[in-house]
Design a protein around this ligand. Structure first.
Ligand code: SAM
Ligand code: DTB
Ligand code: SF4
Length: 337
C-alpha cells in the first residue's frame, strides 16, 4: 500500500463514523495505515523527567501538580542543569531516544530561560532528541528554544473544545492553540494530544481528534493518555466515586486507532495510564497504530510501567526500539536536508 498523505479537512461526521466501525474493522484499517508509513514492529521510546514539580497556578482537574489539588505533590524549584543531564544520561543508557523535560508552570519566566536553554543544549549534545513541556510560550521564548535546538515541544489540547472548560478554567483551548502556533512558527516539532477517560463523551473524543487532525499541520507526535486517577484531584476523586466512569479498554483502543487513521504520518504515543493497562490492551494499541511510549518507572509524578516490564513485553510481542530520528513529514528535519 502506498503512503497515505495527511489531510486537514476531516469532518466530525467522518471521525464519528470511524469510531462507529466494528472494532475489528477499525483496528484493521488503522493497522493498514500504520504500515504505510512505519515499521509496525518499531516503537519509539521517550523518557520523562519533571524538572520543576508541583505548585502550578493552573487548575487542570486531572493534575496532582496544581495548587488546587488537595494533597497535591509538594512544590520544588527548577532542577540544576547538571542533575538534569545526569538523568538524561541514565535514560540514554536504558535505550531511550528522546528525553522529555516537564515543568509545572503556567508559562516559563524569562529568568528561567537560560537554564532551560542549557538543558536543551546539554541533552542534545548527548545525542538524544529533546522535548520540553513548560506551559504557554511567548513568541520570543519559542524562538529561544528553537535556537537552542529543541526538537519537540509538548503542549496538549487535552480534550474537545466543548469539554475543555469542564476540565480547566484558568486557560482556554484558544490559549493552547496559540502556543502550538508559536511552536510551529519557530520551527520546533509539535507534540500535542490529550487525555481520555475524564468523563467525556464519545462526541468529545471525536471533537478532540477533529481538533488535532485539522490543525494546519498535524502534530509530529500525538500522545494519547489514559487518565491516571490521582486522589485529591477533581477527576481522581470523580473516578473514585464513580468507578464506572473509567474508560473501557475497547474505547481507548478505538481512540488510538482513529488518531492513527486521521494523522497517518504522526507518531502516536501510548502515554500515561500504561501502568494499570493489561499487556493485551497495550498490544491492541500497538496493532491499532500506537508506535511510541514513555519508558521508565515514573512519568512526571505518577508511576509508569517500568523498564523490566517493558523489556519483557517487547520480547513477548516481538517489538523493538526505534532509532532516534525525527518522523517523516518533520518540518525541521526536512528544512535541514
Ligand atoms: N505544565 C505543562 C502543561 O500542562 O502544558 C506541562 C506538564 S503537564 C503535566 C503535561 C500533560 O500531562 C498535560 O497536558 C496532560 O495531558 C498530562 N497529564 C497530567 N496529569 C495527568 C494524569 N493524571 N493523567 C493523564 N495525563 C495527565
Ligand atoms: C503527555 O501527554 N503525557 C506526559 C507528557 N505529555 C508530559 C505526562 C503524563 C503525566 C502523568 C501524570 C504525572 O506523572 O503526574
Ligand atoms: Fe499545571 Fe500542567 Fe498540571 Fe495543568 S497539567 S496543573 S498546567 S502542571
Amino acid at each position: 500500500m502506498s503512503e497515505v498523505s495527511p489531510r486537514s479537512d476531516w469532518t466530525r461526521a467522518e471521525i464519528a463514523a470511524l469510531f462507529e466501525l466494528p472494532f475489528t474493522e477499525l483496528v484493521y484499517r488503522a493497522a493498514d495505515v500504520h504500515r504505510a508509513s512505519f515499521d509496525p514492529a518499531e516503537v519509539q521510546l521517550s523518557t520523562l523527567l519533571s524538572i520543576k514539580t508541583g505548585g502550578c497556578a493552573e487548575d487542570c482537574g486531572y493534575c496532582s501538580q496544581s495548587v488546587k489539588a488537595e494533597a497535591g505533590v509538594p512544590a520544588t524549584k527548577l532542577m540544576e542543569v547538571q542533575a538534569v543531564l545526569q538523568s538524561a544520561a541514565q535514560a540514554k543508557d536504558r535505550g531511550s531516544s528522546r528525553f522529555c523535560m516537564g515543568a509545572a508552570w503556567r508559562n516559563p519566566k524569562d529568568r528561567d530561560m537560560p537554564a532551560i536553554v542549557a538543558m536543551v543544549q546539554g541533552v542534545r549534545a548527548m545525542g538524544l532528541e529533546t522535548c520540553m513541556t513548560l506551559g504557554m510560550l511567548a513568541p520570543h521564548q519559542a524562538q529561544m528554544l528553537a535556537d537552542a535546538g529543541l526538537d519537540y515541544y509538548n503542549h496538549n489540547i487535552d480534550t474537545s473544545p466543548e469539554h475543555y472548560a469542564e476540565v480547566i478554567t484558568t486557560r482556554s483551548m484558544d490559549d493552547r492553540l496559540d502556543t502550538l502556533a508559536e511552536v510551529r512558527r519557530a520551527g520546533i516539532n509539535v507534540c500535542s494530544g490529550g487525555i481520555v477517560g475524564m468523563g467525556e463523551t464519545r462526541a468529545d473524543r471525536v471533537g478532540f481528534i477533529h481538533t488535532l487532525a485539522n490543525l494546519p499541520a498535524h502534530p509530529e507526535s500525538v500522545p494519547i493518555n489514559a487518565l491516571v486517577p490521582v486522589k485529591g484531584t477533581v477527576l481522581g476523586n470523580m473516578l473514585a466515586d464513580t468507578p464506572l466512569a473509567k474508560i473501557d479498554d475497547v474505547e481507548f483502543v478505538r481512540t488510538v486507532a482513529v488518531a492513527r487513521i486521521t494523522m497517518p504520518a504522526s507518531m502516536v504515543r501510548l502515554s500515561a495510564g500504561r501502568e494499570s493497562m493489561s499487556e493485551m490492551t497495550q498490544a491492541m494499541c500497538f496493532l491499532a497504530g500506537a508506535n511510541s511510549i514513555f519508558t521508565g518507572d515514573k512519568l512526571l509524578t505518577a508511576p509508569n510501567a517500568g523498564d523490566d516490564n517493558d523489556a519483557a513485553m517487547f520480547a513477548r510481542l516481538g517489538l523493538k526500539a526505534m532509532a532516534a530520528e525525527a518522523p517523516r513529514g518533520c518540518a525541521v528535519r526536512e528544512a535541514a536536508e
